[in-house]
Each structure stands twice: as C-alpha cells, then as structure tokens.
Design a protein around this ligand. Structure first.
Ligand code: ZN
Length: 335
C-alpha cells in the first residue's frame, strides 16, 4: 500500500487543485499537454492578468524531459495568451508534492463512494461520480482519446536535438518556438526578462531540424538515439547515475527494481542515460511465484532504482515462474 500524505488544504483564494481523468492510457508529452490544456485555458479565463506560467514537475524522459515537450511548452501556452513559461524539473526522491496529495484525496473519495454502494467501473464513471461530489474543492476535467490524439499534430516530426537534456533542470520560453535551458533553475529576475544565471543555452525550434538524427521511427528508438547523442556530448558528470557508457549491457537482462518501497522483478527493454525501461512481472503475494501480467507493466525507472541483476526466472507451473534459490534469497533480503 502506498503511503499517502494528508490531503492538502485546498482553498479557492489564489489556489486551486485540478485533476484530469481519461480513458487514454498514454502519458507521453503530447498526452500531458492534452491534460494541461483545459486547466491552463481556465486559469487564463479566470485570471486574465496572469501571463507567466511556472511548471514544477519531476523529470521522466518519456513525459516531460524531452525535446517534444520543450517544443510544446514554447508554443501552446502562447496560443492561449501566456507570455512567459518556465518548466522546472526536480530530482528524483525529492518527496511527494501537492499532485500526490490530490491523487490520494481522489482515491480515498472513490473508495468511500464504492463503500456506500456505488459502482465505479470505468474512468468515465469515476469522473461523473467525482463531478457530482460537490463537497470536493478539486476541479475535474475529462480528457478524451480525441483530445490526446489531437495533440499529436502539434509536434513536428523533425525537431533539433536539445543537447544536455538529461542534465537540465529549467527550460524557459519567452518567444514562441524558442527556449533557453540550464542545469539549475533561477527566478532572480522577475517581470518579463529571464536572467542569465547558470549559463542558459538557447535553442530555436523555428530553424530546420538539420541536426535531427532520427526520422520518424518509434518513440523508443528516438529516445535511444537522443540518449546516445547525449552521452557523447557530456564529457564528465560525476553526479549522473551510471550511463550507457559505464553500465554493463543490461538490455534483455532480468533485474529487481524498487518502486514506492515495492520490489519488482522485470526484464530490461531499454537504457536511456540514467533511466531504464523495464517490463515487470507480477508477484503472487510474497511467494516465489512471478507471472507476466495480461497488460504489460512497462515503466521507466531510474538506474538507482535497480537493486540487483538476477538470472532469468525459471518456469515453475504453466503460468508462473520462480527465481532460482540464490536470487530468491537475495530478493527476500531486500524486502
Ligand atoms: Zn538568476
């Protein structure tokens, strides 16, 4: 069970929590913007004097920290009337923030509704039920599959490579299609001009993507190519987790990863800098019995979440596999 912090105190004076619900399972950067759109439009509508947006998020490559998101943050908000945008990436393990509190509040609310005898079977059910719950201070938006796929057209297939993507912590835009990024966030300059602290680097997306190495292949291939380009351009950075260069080739290997205090067994699909894509198996309640779930459980983890490399689980029954004894002992010790 996930530990959920206390519900944040929500008030409507200068503070509003939002939650978006969708039956789309996509969580790439275009989907992220489909979810952001109604919120940002409402913020602008209700507060026309707001011109600057500051985003605070964690930094998974697949969702927020990639050139397609940089492009979107430097274009879409301008269409909606904003004039300046910064996106700030926290490092992993910097605690849970307000979004986790909102998510937790919604889960508890849904649990209570189910306990009272109402069925919630689909995301749409959840959305409708929550909408009716007038005591909630959270505002809800429904995001359809169409809303998400509409955003696919918002990103050109060719974008210049943004060097240093894995190290940057702030991306800012004041001109559509232009960003400046740097390794640390700074907010020392307020009111229209962005400061020059920590050597910001400019990128102009309006210029043809001549540096683009990949054409239009699958996302994962493109991440890989972006990743390797990145590795080549960063000479030394001791704070980075092991990278492709100094990590034994983990692709295809089985590993134990930690996720929210839970240990998972899975197979490595990709390595991108200090992140690792793993397809995880499902464990039968504390037993040495692991199965591939019907729906693939594929997530990017940080390399630092990898607890051990193990050998491929052995088939035990028709449907499940087990870890060999030494691996199982190791696994139990880590629990
Ligand atoms: Zn500054």
């Amino acid at each position: 069970r996930k530990k959920i912090p206390k519900t944040p105190r929500l008030c409507n004076k200068g503070c509003q929590s939002y939650a978006t619900i969708s039956d789309s399972l996509r969580h790439d950067e275009r989907a992220v913007w489909a979810h952001l759109e109604p919120i940002l439009k409402e913020v602008k509508e209700q507060n026309p004097s707001v011109t600057t947006l500051h985003f605070m998020s964690d930094g998974p490559v697949t969702q927020y920290r990639n050139k397609r998101n940089f492009y979107l943050l430097s274009t879409l908000p301008f269409l909606w009337g904003f004039k300046e945008i910064t996106w700030n990436y926290s490092e992993k393990a910097h605690g849970k923030g307000a979004p986790d509190g909102v998510g937790g509040a919604i889960k508890r609310c849904a649990d209570d509704i189910v306990k009272m005898g109402t069925d919630i079977q689909t995301p749409k059910d959840l959305y409708c039920t929550l909408q009716e719950n007038t005591s909630s201070t959270i505002r809800y938006f429904w995001i359809s599959e169409d809303d998400v796929s509409r955003h696919d057209d918002a990103v050109p297939s060719q974008l210049p490579v943004v060097k240093g993507t894995m190290k940057l912590h702030q991306v800012a835009s004041q001109t559509p299609g232009n960003i400046s990024h740097r390794e640390l966030s700074c907010f020392c300059s307020r009111g229209g001009s962005h400061c020059n602290c920590y050597g910001p680097v400019d990128v102009d997306f309006n210029q043809e993507g001549s540096e683009e190495t990949a054409s239009t292949s699958s996302n994962s291939t493109r991440f890989n190519q972006e990743g390797s380009e990145e590795t080549a351009s960063t000479s030394s950075n001791s704070t980075l987790q092991p990278t492709q260069n100094n990590t034994p080739d983990l692709v295809g290997k089985f590993v134990v990863v930690k996720y929210d205090d839970q240990l998972l067994v899975g197979q490595v699909l990709h390595l991108v800098e200090n992140e690792i894509e793993v397809s995880c198996m499902r464990q039968t309640a504390g037993k040495n019995s692991f199965m591939w779930p019907e729906t693939c459980d594929v997530i990017f983890y940080y390399m630092s979440d990898v607890q051990a490399v193990i050998s491929e689980p052995e088939p035990s029954t028709n449907h499940s596999s087990k870890l060999c004894s030494p691996d199982w002992e190791k696994f139990k010790e880590m629990m």
